[in-house]
Ligand binder design. Sequence first.
Ligand SMILES: [Zn+2]
Length: 134
Amino acid sequence: MKASYICPHCKGVINADNNIILSARTKNNNVGLVLLHEEIGNYSSICSDSIKVKKKEIVDFFCPICHESLNVKEDENFAKYLRIDENLEESCIIISREYGDRITFRVDKNKQIDTYGEKLSRFINPEWFLKCID
Ligand SMILES: [Zn+2]
């Protein structure tokens, strides 16, 4: 079985084929779908034609199923969702909300934090990372 990506609110599965599907809104109220490659650390993405995102722009992310916000309350730079891997191990994936930013964190059940991407020195694993997963 492949990994599933899950909305933390409704527990709906938000990935299909090789993409995680998120609903997105820009500051100018452009709305659309953003498809992120499901492989952690692969930053290829696809946006629906309705949404034009500028580099460096901060995007609001929502669950495409229940429309709850996926933005992290503790830090406006991030959004999060859950991942259940092929061994049914659950982890929390934290992504940057800034378009073009290549930063991902994964926090597993044992509070182990894995980091992926670039420019990681800006963030030093704040306390709230550990509260992402019970
Ligand atoms: Zn949801």
